[in-house]
Design a protein around this ligand. Sequence first.
Ligand SMILES: [Zn+2]
Length: 265
Amino acid sequence: MLAPPTIAAMKLTVLGGSAASPNTGMGCAGFLVETGETTLVLDLGPGTLPELRRHTNFRTLDAVVISHMHVDHVLDLLALRHALAYNPVPALAPIPVWLPPGGIDILETATAPFDACDEPGRFAATVRVAEYAPAQPLRIGDAVVTFAPAVHYVPAWAMRVHASGVADLGYTGDTGPRANLARFFAGVEILIAEATLLDGGDDLAAERGSLTAAEAGALAEAAGARALVLTHMWEERGIAACARQAATTFGGQIEIAIPGFTVSW
Ligand SMILES: [Zn+2]
């Protein structure tokens, strides 16, 4: 007898949507992506692990993939290591953590003082850390993550998640407009785009490492995304103002990266 076919689907759950530090009740960058067989997290910034626990078992993630090594995208990796080391319900295996090139040295430097607090290697053994090669697709279960260079203040990578039979998901990570990511994101169902700014200032497109909300909308429009999820925003700048500005350049559905927001397709 034939096994029933796996239903092709992808589900995004937002874990946080704040810019460089958490907004009130909203952690920083973190996105749970579930395909038919695979559970991924893209970035794990401060305040995202508590939200992750609401939606999935943190002990059985198939991978965490990090866009770049800014603290608002990686800090809860440290919390995850301690969760895995001390939680009374143990994990069956280390969690794979994929960092950008150069990320291993940065993470080891950041974690060294905390590693010294317990038996050597205890926390490091909870994860299996490796660096992805951005020019190569990264296959994780039935999902494939591809990368494109962002323009940011440290090396940073935009990501596109593919699983067969379902439209892709795009995530800008942090980037300025000069990255020209429209072709990389062409045809995605959902584009998660950073919208840090309302005013790009005078350095338009030069070396700026963040997008305005209007630029996020324009990117989604040029890519032909069905829906845009705005992220990396300051509450002081006005999240509703970001959404209004993005709507001036994108005609599709606009959502805010509020923790717990989910969309399936
Ligand atoms: Zn950044």
